[in-house]
Design a binder for this molecule. Structure first.
Ligand SMILES: O=C[C@H](O)COP(=O)(O)O
Length: 333
């Protein structure tokens, strides 16, 4: 990534949404069935990405701060509590310590995470804790993570999350529809989810680690976009394999194809297992090369992560002090 691009990353970011949503389109089965994916070519291209065009110094710090604004700061654990969610929200409001921001000359910028992502049970808590911050709450609804509760229960959960104040809903698709090639069923399901969300933006979690082939990933991506997904997201974080670069290439190319078909811009959210600052720089490079600079923004790019923020803060502290601190000095996020 050229250094000139880095300087554009330092603008303050107001959390918010792409005003023009993806309206979807009728299911085009011919287009879906025509989609192919070449695993070995995709893997070769993915393997060439890490470390390429590495950015250093101030440019790297600027990109890491930009990455912070793209994080959906997440807690999705069986032992979540109101207290944990409130601490996470406090971190989302002030994701990087003031002394580090001041030393980077960024003390006057209002930097927050892109969203806070929680189970439905904690939406009201997070909405309350984030009051006045403009940071949206994202709820994982529809029987997350397996998505095997009845369809009407999923719709009721979405409606309840929206009622509690969630502005974003991360839904999980029924993997069986993909594994059996039942694209009309996937389309109808996604259409219903989108309708139940109303004005809340909907991210379609494909659970790519369950989908067996990159061709399935590409086809499922396309079907969910045709049905009106605002974002497509890789994983719940609970599958055996979560976000990977080959899956990312496959999904962002589907986003590109959908844009060529309809003109609509759909966002991308890798999630699960992304915990290192350097990995985020690779994702940025990939997004820029495949989709262009427009996608390097929280309106179109989010990273679902529970522990990435701690590593980013640590790297930024190293930039400022020249020394690495222990991870336990960056306890949340
Ligand atoms: O959607 C977000 C993921 O569940 C977070 O996964 P992670 O805990 O591996 O960062």
């Amino acid at each position: 990534m050229p250094e000139t691009a880095m300087t554009q990353t330092t603008e303050p970011v107001a959390a918010g949404h792409n005003s023009e949503r993806n309206a979807g389109m009728p299911l085009d089965l011919a287009a879906v069935n025509a989609v192919q994916a070449n695993r070995s070519a995709t893997e070769r291209r993915a393997a060439s990405l890490p470390g390429r065009r590495a950015v250093k110094g101030d440019a790297q710090s600027a990109w890491l701060l930009k990455a912070v604004t793209c994080i959906d700061l997440t807690t999705l654990n069986g032992d979540d509590t109101d207290g944990r969610v409130r601490r996470l929200c406090a971190k989302a409001r002030r994701p990087i310590r003031a002394d580090i921001l001041n030393a980077l000359g960024m003390g006057d910028r209002r930097i927050t995470t892109g969203a806070v992502c929680v189970y439905h049970r904690f939406v009201a808590t997070a909405v309350d804790a984030l009051k006045g911050s403009n940071i949206p709450v994202a709820a994982v609804s529809t029987g997350f993570p397996a998505g095997l509760v009845p369809h009407d229960v999923k719709l009721a959960e979405i409606e309840a999350s929206v009622k509690d104040g969630a502005e974003e809903i991360d839904i999980v698709i029924t993997r069986e529809h993909v594994l059996t090639g039942n694209w009309p069923a996937l389309y109808d399901e996604m259409r219903d989810f989108r309708a139940a969300c109303g004005d809340a933006h909907v991210k379609a979690i494909l659970a790519t680690g369950d989908l067996k082939t990159l061709r399935n990933v590409a086809r499922a991506s396309l079907v969910c976009m045709m049905a009106g997904a605002d974002f497509i997201k890789t994983s719940t974080g609970k599958e055996g394999v979560n976000a990977t670069l080959p899956v990312t290439l496959t999904m962002v190319r589907a986003i590109r194809q959908y844009r060529e078909m309809t003109g609509a811009k759909v966002g991308y959210k890798p999630a699960g297992g992304i915990s290192k600052a350097k990995d985020v720089l690779t994702y940025f490079a990939l997004m820029k090369e495949e989709l262009g600079r427009e996608w390097l923004d929280p309106e179109l790019f989010r990273i679902g992560a529970s522990s990435l923020l701690a590593d980013i803060e640590r790297q930024l502290e190293h930039r400022v002090t020249g020394a690495y601190s222990a991870l336990n000095r960056h306890p949340i996020g």
